[in-house]
Design a protein around this ligand. Sequence first.
Ligand SMILES: O=C(O)C(=O)C[C@H](O)C(=O)CO
Length: 284
Amino acid sequence: MTPPPISWTTRYGGAPAAIDRMTGQELRAEYMVEGLFVPGTARMAYSHIDRMVLGGIVPTQAPIDLGDGAPVGTDHFFDAREAGIANLGHYGGKITVDGTTHHLAPRDVLYVGRGVKALSLESDDAANPACYYINSVPAGADHPTRLIPQAESKPLTFGSAERANMRTLRMYIHPEVAPSCLLLMGITDPAPGNVWNTMPPHLHERRMEAYLYFDMDAEDRVMHFMGRPDNTRHLVVGSGDAVLSPAWSIHMGAGTGPYAFVWGMTGENQVYQDVTPVAVKDLK
Ligand SMILES: O=C(O)C(=O)C[C@H](O)C(=O)CO
């Protein structure tokens, strides 16, 4: 059977203590969105954690239109929202926004501002499709839609090879690179041979975050940790799987092989440094 071009699921999130009683499967169902990239489809999820929408869109023969605003309760999808759309595939594509076409090479990001009426996504080659990942959040201000090529992102290097956590984080949607209302978005690549991300782990009570892991071999997994610092749980995550991290949850992960991830945040502020690091020795 041909999968529907656009499907939607919902995640409700919950209180920190509730994760104590959840099985691994229940934890996955609430805090993960699995298998986002299916050729010819858009797999969208609406999270009640700060109302972030995330999704994977892989157009093949035909363009995929994001559709109207019915899943978010407005006439048009972007009536009260902004978004970042990253091309995480290895081939190019184009996104047409209200009649203007933007070409996205791999690792380029399109910022889409509030007020857009129509958006459709295509691959340059149906046999080698673009893989688009979207993070969309409520917005209270208009910022112009703009393409952020990888070369215009702001790279920051953290960690050390001795501790297996050296990595380059690229900021795309950030006040210093491309302004938005409240969305922040970037991509982190561990250096070859390094396994840990987000070390030391941290909390940010003023923002939620979503991680999307990609560029992994089919047999590899990232062991992603979540929960309160004194009561952590783990999620085993594969390529194309997203993890929702509520404001109360630490986040960090270690991969069994090479990987990259997109981080997207929203909340009260866009102050990337507004985090509370947690010492590894204090984790339970
Ligand atoms: O490896 C890292 O460190 C990150 O990429 C951290 C994320 O950007 C993050 O958690 C921001 O709060």
